[in-house]
Design a protein around this ligand. Structure first.
Ligand code: FDA
Ligand code: NAD
Length: 435
C-alpha cells in the first residue's frame, strides 16, 4: 500500500482553473510542499481552448509547451519546472476515484491516499456521448469527441490517415462550429448535422446564425439541420462509413466528430455537497456547503451578482477568474480578512476560419441586429444587442477590434438605458463606442 501523502491545499483536477489557482497560490505566498495538484491528464495545466483551434490545424500546428497556462491571458507559461520552483507537487496521470470530505481524504485509482486541509475541486466537464442518448453503433472506430489532449491527438492522427476524406460533425454548438472550420482548413469534405433550426441556439439569434451558416456554406461546408445522428454503419474493420440520420438519410463518413454538450464532473462529491443547476453550489467566494471545500470553473454554480441568480458557466474566462477568487478567499480567511464578492460579467468568445466574435453580458430579452452580416462581405462586421426592461444587457460582436470589444464589454456591465430600439439598431456600435 502506497504511503499516505498530506498537503495543506489540494486541487483536484489539472485543467484551466487548476493552473490559474496554482498561480494565485504562488502569488499569495506558498511554502514548499503545501500545495498539490492531482490530475488524471498526463501533462501540466494547459489552455484547453487551443485544442479546438491551433492544436488541430495540421498545416500550422500549435503544440505544447506553447499553450501551458497562463499563456491564454498573456501570463507566464507554467512549465513543469515552474511547479518545481514554486514547491508545488504536480501529480499527473493520477485519477481520484473517491473523495471522503468528512475525513478530508482522497483516494486515487491506484489506491494512493491523499489528505488535505483545504480542497479546491476543479474537475471540469466531460463530454456528453451519443450512447447517453441510446444511439447505436456510436462506439465504432473513428468517432471522436474532444475534451482533453489525448482526444485531440487521436483526432489529429485520424485526420492524417483519412486525409482529404469525408468528415461528419454532429452538433451545432461550440465544438461543432470550431471543429467544422478546422476540418475544412485541413482539406476534408465536411457536413454538419444538428437538430435545431439554426446553429448555436443557446447564444445565437437567427440573425447571427444566418451569417455563420452562410459563411460556412460558402466555404463548402454542407449543413443538415433539423435532424440527429440515429446510428452508424461500419466496415469490416469496425470503422465508421456512414452516419444514419433520424430522418432516414445517410451521410458518408471517414471520420465523425461529436460535440453534443458537456456535463460537470461532480460524481466524486455526490451526496456530500449541496448541488444546484447540475453543479456544486457555492457562495461568492466559491465555498461549497462543506467547510474547507471550494469548487471552481465548470463545476461551480455560483451567485451571478449582476443578474441576482445562481449560474454555472462553462467558459475559460470564468474558469480563470473563479480560481483566482477562490484562492484569494482561502488566503484572506486564513489571515482573518475578507475580500469583495465575485462579480462576474459573462464573457464568451470563439474563433473559426478568419472569424472572431466576442459576447458579454446576458442573452435574454429583445434583440437588435446591427452592422454588415452579409457572409460574402470582404470584412464582415456585425453584432447584436439584447435589451431587457429598457436597458442594454448583452452585446455580441463579430470582427471587432480591441477597442470595440472593450466598448461592448463596458456597455454590458453598465447596462445603459435604450430609449429607442430603432435608433439603437441604426447607431449599432457607435451607441456603445460613445458611452
Ligand atoms: P478543465 O476541463 O479545464 O479541467 C478539468 C481537469 O480535471 C482535467 O484535467 C480533467 O482531466 C481533470 N479531472 C477530472 N476528474 C478528475 C479526477 N477524478 N481526478 C483527477 N483529475 C480529474 N471556453 C472559452 O471561453 N473559449 C474557448 O474558445 C473555449 N474552447 C474550448 C475548446 C475545447 C476543445 C473545450 C473542451 C473547451 C473549450 N472552452 C472554451 C471551455 C473551457 O476550456 C472550459 O470552460 C474550461 O477549461 C473549464 O476549466 P476547468 O478547470 O473547470 O475544467
Ligand atoms: P454546446 O452545448 O455548445 O452544443 C451542443 C450542441 O449539440 C447543440 O447546439 C446541438 O446542436 C447539438 N445537439 C444536442 N443533441 C444532439 C443530438 N442528439 N444530435 C446532434 N446534435 C445534438 O456543446 P459543445 O459544442 O459540445 O461544447 C462542449 C463544451 O465545450 C461546452 O462546455 C462548451 O462551452 C465548451 N467549448 C467552448 C468553446 C468556446 O467557448 N469557444 C469552444 C469549444 C468548446
Amino acid at each position: 500500500m502506497a504511503e499516505e501523502k498530506s498537503f495543506k491545499y489540494v486541487i483536484v483536477g489539472g485543467g484551466v482553473a487548476a493552473g490559474y489557482a496554482a498561480r494565485e497560490f504562488s502569488k499569495q505566498g506558498l511554502k514548499p510542499g503545501e500545495l498539490a495538484i492531482i490530475s488524471r491528464e498526463p501533462v501540466p495545466p494547459y489552455e484547453r481552448p487551443a485544442l479546438s483551434k491551433g492544436y488541430i490545424n495540421l498545416e500550422n500546428k500549435a503544440s505544447l509547451p506553447g499553450f501551458y497556462v497562463c499563456a491564454g491571458s498573456g501570463g507566464e507559461k507554467q512549465f513543469p519546472q515552474w511547479y518545481k520552483d514554486n514547491g508545488i507537487e504536480l501529480l499527473l496521470d493520477t485519477e481520484i476515484v473517491k473523495a471522503d470530505l468528512a475525513s478530508k481524504t482522497l483516494v486515487s485509482g491506484t489506491g494512493q491516499v491523499f489528505k488535505y486541509q483545504t480542497l479546491v475541486a476543479a474537475t471540469g466537464s466531460s463530454v456528453t456521448r451519443l450512447s447517453d442518448f441510446g444511439v447505436e453503433g456510436a462506439d465504432a472506430k473513428n468517432i471522436f469527441y474532444l475534451r482533453e489532449l489525448l482526444d485531440a491527438d487521436e483526432l489529429v492522427t485520424a485526420m492524417n490517415v483519412k486525409a482529404n476524406g469525408k468528415a461528419v460533425v454532429v452538433g451545432g454548438g461550440y465544438i461543432g462550429l470550431e471543429l467544422s472550420s478546422a476540418l475544412k482548413v485541413n482539406n476534408m469534405e465536411v457536413t454538419m448535422v444538428y437538430p435545431e433550426p439554426w446553429c448555436m441556439p443557446r447564444l445565437f439569434t437567427a440573425g447571427i446564425a444566418s451569417f455563420y451558416e452562410g459563411f460556412y456554406a460558402n466555404k463548402g461546408i454542407n449543413i443538415v439541420k433539423g435532424t440527429v445522428a440515429a446510428g452508424f454503419n461500419t466496415n469490416s474493420d469496425g470503422e465508421v462509413t456512414e452516419v444514419i440520420l433520424k430522418d432516414g438519410r445517410t451521410l458518408e463518413a471517414d471520420i465523425v466528430i461529436v460535440g453534443v454538450g458537456a456535463r460537470p464532473i461532480i460524481s466524486l462529491f455526490k451526496g456530500q455537497v449541496d448541488e444546484d443547476k447540475g453543479g456544486l453550489k457555492t457562495d461568492a467566494f466559491f465555498r461549497t456547503s462543506v467547510p474547507d471545500v471550494y469548487a471552481v470553473g465548470d463545476i461551480a454554480t455560483f451567485p451571478m451578482k449582476l443578474y441576482n441568480e445562481m449560474r454555472r458557466v462553462e467558459h475559460v474566462d470564468h474558469a480563470r477568474k473563479s480560481a483566482e477568487q477562490a484562492v484569494k478567499a482561502i488566503k484572506a480567511a486564513e489571515e482573518g480578512n475578507s475580500i469583495p464578492e465575485y462579480d462576474y460579467l459573462p464573457y464568451f468568445y470563439s474563433r473559426a476560419f478568419n472569424l472572431s466574435w466576442q459576447f458579454y453580458g446576458d442573452n435574454v430579452g429583445e434583440t437588435v441586429l446591427f452592422g454588415d452580416n452579409d457572409p460574402t462581405s470582404a470584412k464582415p462586421k456585425f453584432g447584436s444587442f439584447w435589451i431587457k426592461d429598457g436597458k442594454l444587457i448583452g452585446a455580441f460582436l463579430e470582427g471587432g477590434n480591441p477597442d470595440e470589444n472593450k466598448a461592448i464589454a463596458k456597455a454590458a456591465r453598465e447596462q445603459p438605458v435604450v430609449e429607442s430600439v430603432e435608433v439603437l439598431a441604426k447607431d449599432g456600435l457607435s451607441f456603445v463606442s460613445n458611452m
